[in-house]
Ligand binder design. Structure first.
Ligand code: V47
Length: 394
C-alpha cells in the first residue's frame, strides 16, 4: 500500500503526526517523544494507517500463524504477582484438603503440577495433530529440581523429534540458576537446556521495565536487568527468543514507550553482534479477572489497537508484531491485522495463565479453519509458519 506523504486527502487532524508520517515514509527511527505523541493522538486512523504501512513494507499482506500447543506444567509459584490469577501457593500434598485451605488462598486446592509422562503425552498428542511447536511455561515451583526441566526437554525431544520446544520465560531461567547446586550461571542453564532439546525462549515475564511499576505490581519478581541478562545470554548462545509487554494495569504511556525503547536498544546490539535476536514482539493485554488487580478495568479495544500499532512503529528492528488472540480476543486480533500486526500466534488449545470470567476453562483453541477465516476476511494471505517464521508446506 502506498502511503501518501502529505496530500490533502491524507492530512491528519493532529499536527504532531505530520512529522512522524515523514519519518515513517523515510524509514527513519521514531523517538520517545514520537511514541508519546502516538499514544496521545486522537487521530487513530492515521496511527493505524502508518502502522499498516510499516507492516506491509515488511510483509505485504501475509499474516502468519502456527499450529502450536501451550503446556503450563505447574501453577505452583513462589511469587505473588498482583496481576497474576494463575499462581497457587505450594502446599505439601500429604497435608490434605484442610491444610490446602489453610494456605489462605481461595484456590489453593486447585494447584497442580504435571508429571513428565503427562507432559510428553500432551506434546505427543499435539505433534500427532500437526503442531510444530510446544510453548511450555509454568510457575516457579519451590521443590522441582533442575533435572525435571532438562528431563522434560529430553523426553519431548525423544518422543517428538520434530517438535520445536519454545520453553521457559527469563524468570524461570533465573529460578533455575538459583535451584542448582552448585549454582549454575544463566549461560550454563541455557546450555544444559539446549543440550536437552530446548530450541528457543518465549518472551514472557517482561511485564513493564520500570522500577515504580515493578515495586507496585510484581515486587518479588526479578527486575528488568535480569530479564535482559537472560535474553542477552540466549542471543549470545544463538538461541532465538521473543519479547513481551504486559500493558493496561498500573503503568502510564511513558512507561510503555520506555519499555519498547529498551527492547529496541537490546535488539540493535543482538542483530549487530550476537548469534540470535528477538523474533517477535508480543504485547499482552492485561486481563484483570481473578487477580489482585481485579478492580482495574483493563485495556479497552482502542487501547489494544493503539498499543499494537505504536509497537509496530517504534520497534523498527523487530520483524514481527504478534497479537496473542487469547488476550486481545480473536475479534480484536483480527482487526489488528490492519493496524501493524502480522502474526496471530496459533491454535494454542490449552491455556491456563489467563481465563476470562464466565469462560473459566483452560480449553482455549482456534482451529486452522477458523484462523484462516479471520485472516482472509481481514484481507490477508494466511501463512502457516514454523517457530523460526519459515513457511510450512503440508
Ligand atoms: O509472563 C500474566 C503474562 C505471560 C496476566 O513468546 C498476563 O510467543 C495478561 O509470555 N493478563 C505469559 N497477561 C504469556 C506469554 C506469551 C504468550 C504468547 C506468546 C508468547 C511468545 C508469550 O502472560 C506472563 C505474564 O507476563 N500475564 N498474567 C494477566 N492477568
Amino acid at each position: 500500500m502506498a502511503l501518501v506523504a502529505a496530500s490533502s486527502s491524507s492530512r491528519t487532524s493532529d499536527p504532531a503526526l505530520e512529522s512522524i508520517r515523514g519519518k515513517v515514509c523515510a524509514g527513519e527511527r521514531l523517538s520517545h517523544a514520537d511514541g508519546l505523541a502516538l499514544y496521545h493522538t486522537r487521530d487513530l486512523f492515521t496511527l493505524g494507517e502508518l502502522a499498516n504501512h510499516v507492516r506491509e513494507r515488511r510483509h505485504g499482506r501475509k499474516a502468519f500463524y502456527n499450529i502450536n500447543r501451550h503446556i503450563n506444567y505447574t501453577n505452583y509459584c513462589v511469587l505473588r504477582c498482583k496481576f497474576c490469577s494463575f499462581y497457587r501457593p505450594y502446599v505439601e500434598r500429604q497435608g490434605g484438603a484442610q491444610d490446602l485451605a489453610a494456605a489462605g488462598h481461595a484456590g489453593a486446592s486447585d494447584g497442580y503440577e504435571y508429571s513428565l509422562d503427562e507432559i510428553v503425552a500432551q506434546a505427543t498428542e499435539a505433534a500427532a495433530r500437526g503442531a510444530t511447536e510446544a510453548h511450555i511455561v509454568g510457575g516457579l515451583h519451590p521443590k522441582l529440581p533442575f533435572s525435571y526441566y532438562t528431563d522434560m526437554c529430553r523426553a519431548i525431544r525423544q518422543a517428538c523429534p520434530k517438535l520445536h520446544i519454545k520453553a521457559f520465560t527469563a524468570i524461570e531461567i533465573i529460578h533455575f540458576t538459583r535451584i542448582t547446586r552448585p549454582r549454575l550461571s544463566i549461560a550454563e542453564v541455557l546450555t544444559a537446556l539446549r543440550a536437552a532439546g530446548l530450541d528457543s525462549l518465549p518472551g514472557g515475564g517482561a511485564e513493564i521495565f520500570d522500577d515504580r511499576v515493578h515495586a507496585e505490581a510484581f515486587k518479588n519478581k526479578v527486575g528488568a536487568e535480569h530479564w535482559f541478562d537472560v535474553h542477552r545470554s540466549a542471543h549470545e548462545l544463538g538461541i532465538p527468543s521473543n519479547a513481551t509487554m504486559l500493558y493496561g494495569h498500573i503503568e502510564a504511556p511513558a512507561e510503555r514507550v520506555q519499555h519498547l525503547l529498551k527492547l529496541r536498544a537490546h535488539q540493535d546490539v543482538s542483530l549487530r553482534e550476537r548469534q540470535a535476536a528477538f523474533q517477535c514482539f508480543v504485547p499482552l493485554s492485561f486481563i484483570p479477572d481473578g487477580s489482585e488487580l481485579a478492580h482495574l478495568p483493563g485495556p479497552t479495544g482502542l487501547d489494544d489497537l493503539r498499543t499494537l500499532a505504536v509497537s509496530r512503529l517504534l520497534l523498527d528492528n523487530f520483524s514481527h508484531i504478534k497479537a496473542f488472540w487469547i488476550m486481545q480476543s480473536p475479534k480484536l486480533a483480527q482487526v489488528a491485522l490492519n493496524w501493524g500486526v502480522d502474526d496471530f500466534d496459533g491454535t494454542v488449545v490449552w491455556y491456563d495463565i489467563t481465563k476470562r470470567e464466565g469462560l473459566g476453562t483452560n480449553r482455549q483453541e482456534l482451529t486452522v479453519a477458523h484462523i484462516h477465516r479471520l485472516l482472509l476476511e481481514a484481507g490477508c494471505a494466511p501463512v502457516e509458519r514454523d517457530s523460526l517464521y519459515r513457511e510450512v508446506i503440508r
